[in-house]
Ligand binder design. Structure first.
Ligand code: ADP
Ligand code: GLC
Length: 468
């Protein structure tokens, strides 16, 4: 079976968030003697593309409305990844030093059209096209409706929704950007008066998955306007929990961290990593360290951090460290707090892959007070590194973290995203830290939890088989 994943992100080539981690791991776990899983993604002007060399495997021109763009399909010269990745190079549109920006409509449409135009030249068609998020959401529509892609009508295709908050909306005035199709079916593109690529994909894809079972349920009542559509289409929808890349996120072999460790060496291992963080960020190694890593957006509850931290930091016996970027106002407030709570709080505003690994390894607790969390990978990384997650029970967080008060529980859970509930959860963390016997036992317990991709990768294969 030949599976093609089409995605805007893929680790380690280009990463903004968890989408990259998933697309950079799932193909590895799908590839075996019977399955070949490959990725097609845009060619961006980023570190990875600067550091590697590529050869062109196909050259052509694509039409986007009245404009014509040259494009190239590139392949890595050396096999530096564990699976094949093909890059769509549209120099004037995609080759930028960012993944997302305000010109995404044209950029990702060009990406999708170039991908399908290239596929038209293939001798053997793929068995499955697996699209990820709205950036590839017009593919199921074009496969079904665009005249030029008539040969693709029978290719089974899947949409995975990593985040329904973002839908890629654009105006019907730009409908001519989409390769010509039977205009009687224009309604398939529409949701609420706009062209909505995510909605179009939900309508046209053969199957729709989300990245956790709970998120699938939640979408029926909270999907940023797509609730009724998801309820109507529920027969073809299912939730498959993400896994994590067991090799990349392994404290025993992780090259980014200061000292490697396993369940037996957790005490010294975590201590060395915590020391690195405390030295670098001027924090006290003897106090429990609460950390956050992520995008500073409303979905993650980060707008409540400044107030929550001010209250939590009244207790002189805790430290807080944050790594993230996003909303400028929140960033500024979090920067300002640094002066006020020197020695107790610090933040790195920006993106730093290496630092994130050291934080997963060195922190005692990881905060995830998300308002929306389709799956969440951070909590699973935290578990693997023996860092206790403090989460709001929603989406994938609900499916992966059990409160410590319950049988076999190990994390700290709260129901709502409020300053009060967040500070209470931190208080519960402090109490757990004081009980060092229970704290240490829990750290070992969570390192044993298996969230590798094996089980979920099989679920995807079963789904492909059901429509192939
Ligand atoms: P989302 O995709 O919604 O941002 P996930 O929990 O699925 O959330 O995945 C986030 C991924 O991005 C994780 O690998 C996390 O470590 C990483 N990440 C987020 N922000 C940063 C940052 N500022 N620096 C380094 N890594 C980050
Ligand atoms: C999205 C979601 C996140 C999920 C990730 C990977 O970015 O916000 O919860 O873990 O995709 O599926």
């Amino acid at each position: 079976m030949n599976i093609i994943h089409v995605s805007a992100e893929c680790y380690p080539v280009a990463k903004v968030g968890g989408l990259a981690d998933v697309v950079g791991a799932l193909p590895k776990y799908q590839n075996n003697s019977e399955v070949s899983s490959q990725v097609i993604m845009p060619f961006y002007d980023v570190k990875f593309t600067k550091e590697n060399t590529f050869t062109s495997v196909f050259k052509s021109k694509l039409s986007l409305g009245d404009s014509t763009y040259k494009f190239n399909i590139l392949k890595l010269e050396k096999d530096v990844l564990d699976f094949d990745v093909f890059f769509v190079d549209v120099p004037n549109l995609l080759f930028k030093d960012y993944v997302y920006s305000s010109d995404d409509t044209n950029r990702f449409l060009a990406f999708q059209i170039a991908t399908l135009d290239w596929m038209l030249t293939w001798k053997t068609l793929p068995d499955i096209i697996h699209c990820h998020d709205h950036h590839t959401g017009l593919i199921p529509f074009m496969l079904q409706e665009s005249y030029k892609y008539e040969p693709f009508r029978k290719i089974p295709n899947i949409l995975t929704i990593h985040n329904a908050q973002y839908q890629g909306w654009f105006s019907h005035n730009n409908v001519n950007l989409i390769p010509t199709f039977n205009f009687d079916h224009v309604g398939l593109l529409d949701w609420g008066g706009n062209i909505n690529p995510l909605a179009a994909a939900i309508k046209c894809a053969w199957r729709v998955t989300t990245v956790s079972p709970s998120y699938m349920e939640e979408l029926k009542t909270a999907a940023n306007g797509l609730e009724s559509l998801l309820s109507d289409e529920s027969a073809k929808c299912s939730g498959i929990l993400n896994g994590i890349d067991w090799n990349v996120w392994n404290p025993e072999t992780d090259n980014y961290i200061i000292k490697n460790y396993n369940q037996k060496t957790i005490v010294t291992g975590k201590k060395a990593n915590k020391k690195e963080l405390c030295d670098r960020f001027n924090l006290d190694i003897n106090k429990p360290l609460f950390a956050f890593i992520g995008r500073l957006v409303e979905e993650k509850g980060s707008d409540l951090f400044p107030e929550t931290f001010k209250i939590a930091l009244k207790n002189p016996n805790i430290s807080i460290l944050l790594l993230g970027s996003g909303n400028k106002d929140v960033e500024n407030q979090l920067e300002t707090l640094k002066e006020e709570y020197k020695g107790q709080y610090n933040a790195f505003i920006g993106y730093d892959e290496k630092l994130s690994h050291i934080i997963y390894a060195g922190a005692d607790f990881l905060l995830m007070p998300s308002r929306v969390e389709p799956c969440g990978l951070n909590q699973m990384y935290a578990l693997r590194y023996g860092t206790i997650p403090i989460v709001r029970s929603i989406g994938g967080l609900k499916d992966t973290v059990t409160d410590i008060s319950e049988e076999n529980g190990f994390g700290i859970c709260h129901d709502n995203v409020t300053v009060l509930e967040m500070t209470n959860a931190i208080e519960r963390g402090i109490a757990l830290y004081k009980n060092q016997t229970k704290f240490k036992k829990t750290r070992i317990q969570i390192m044993k939890i298996d969230h590798s991709w094996d089980a979920s990768a099989k679920q995807y294969i079963n789904l492909y088989n059901s429509i192939n």
